[in-house]
Design a protein around this ligand. Structure first.
Ligand SMILES: [Zn+2]
Length: 160
């Protein structure tokens, strides 16, 4: 694995879409996200489309109309309950495999509908948590631990 890494560059976050597992090869960025302009098939996937078989069934099905960087219209059936906004992208699990993909918001054709379907993470009119609060929320959620500070922040943002 070490040799592979040194030949093919370090794994990193894609600078365009934020996907994990992107690589830099000299000037080139190779990204594993099929919806990303830097998408490269060498990163694990065979072919440029999503797998056609799988048994992921969305809790809240959501139809996403998307125009990719080549101007090609794509449709995804996503699970709205898994959707998250990440800066200028929406990250969501899609059928048929439940794979998590990252879609640029400006290329989503029915963005209003998609944003309306995102799980409400803050009360209407409530401020977004500070970076520090988000860090606390994410840390304890991931490690399934708690702390007095976490309890306090969690009480403010029960749906985060
Ligand atoms: Zn990318």
């Amino acid at each position: 694995m070490g040799l592979f890494d040194s030949l093919f560059g370090k794994k990193m976050q894609c600078p365009s879409c934020g996907a994990e597992g992107a690589k830099q090869l000299g000037e080139r960025i190779l990204c594993p996200n099929p919806a990303c302009p830097y998408f490269d098939v060498s990163l694990g996937r065979k072919g440029t489309s999503l797998p056609s078989r799988g048994n992921f069934s969305p809790v809240r099905p959501l139809d996403i109309r998307y125009k990719n960087f080549q101007g090609v219209d794509r449709r995804f059936t996503a699970d709205a309950s898994t959707a998250q906004r990440r800066k200028n992208h929406i990250v969501v699990q899609v059928t048929p495999t439940g794979e998590r993909i990252s879609l640029a918001r400006e290329r989503i054709q029915n963005l209003d509908e998609i944003e309306a379907a995102l799980p409400e993470r803050v009360e209407r009119g409530q401020d977004w948590p500070t970076p520090r609060e988000r860090q606390v929320l994410a840390y304890h959620k991931q490690h399934k631990t708690t702390s007095p500070l976490y309890e306090k922040v969690r009480a403010k943002y029960p749906d985060w």
